[in-house]
Write a protein that binds this ligand. Sequence first.
Ligand SMILES: NC(=O)c1ccc[n+]([C@@H]2O[C@H](COP(=O)([O-])OP(=O)(O)OC[C@H]3O[C@@H](n4cnc5c(N)ncnc54)[C@H](O)[C@@H]3O)[C@@H](O)[C@H]2O)c1
Length: 260
Amino acid sequence: MDLGLTGRVVIVTGGASNLGRAITLGFAAEGARVVIADVDDAQSKKVAGEAPSGTIVARHTDVTDWESVKSTVEFVKSSMGAVDVLVNCAGWTIDRLFLEKPRDEWEREIAIDMWGFINCTRAVLDVMVERRYGRIVSIGSDAGRMGEWREAVYSGTKAGVIAMSKAIAREVGKYGITLNVVCPGLTPGKPETSGRESVWSGDQAANFTGEVLEKAAKAYPLRRVGTPEDVVPAVLLLASDRASYITGQTLSVSGGYTMI
Ligand SMILES: NC(=O)c1ccc[n+]([C@@H]2O[C@H](COP(=O)([O-])OP(=O)(O)OC[C@H]3O[C@@H](n4cnc5c(N)ncnc54)[C@H](O)[C@@H]3O)[C@@H](O)[C@H]2O)c1
């Protein structure tokens, strides 16, 4: 099936690492023009270098900072003429029992996972409403659907992303704009694709050793944890015109971990 993504202008937040990297490269392979909006400049440039020159542009963006997000959207609009697709992928968490978690970690989760979604979604909507076209695909988490042990506040932020996507989808459907959420399960990164030195690409390394991952796989009906590439097809489909009649939906891509 041709997804018709050739020439589309796509912003992928958190596009420098793991899931975001795979999504960025997935869009590039479909012929889209992709902007990685990430705080990790070195890693963004590395990912941009994995596609033919000019296909992927790295743009320093802090999704928690409204001015930074606005400036990136302005840059994309003025240099590429549009923002057709936004993928809200930047995220952060570290697993700890609610009773043991320090406040600064909650605040970081809320800032990146929830404010990041709000800032980026709000910033692209002006361009999308003006052009009567837009696709916003956000990376949620199964934690946001079921409430995950050791991920209380993170679960709340991802449940927020799901609920806000539905609410905004109701408001902007009349402009031809859709919002949907893709929820991965456990999807560990690899050091060679994350630019970091751990099996998990973020700060989760200590929590996810090989032994823990093997145990975790048993909780998945398909008996393995995810790869970033597992998530890409769902994101591409929801970002395409083939999904023009799908909005406000949440799709788990997690080997059957949740069935809601
Ligand atoms: N990996 C998993 O198991 C898993 C499971 C469910 C959901 N998710 C969600 O998928 C998304 C991607 O996860 P991942 O495993 O690829 O994470 P990751 O840590 O490998 O990558 C996150 C990226 O976001 C960037 N980032 C962090 N803070 C930022 C900020 N303030 N502004 C802009 N960029 C910022 C980082 O530099 C990094 O490139 C997240 O939203 C995460 O919550 C991941």
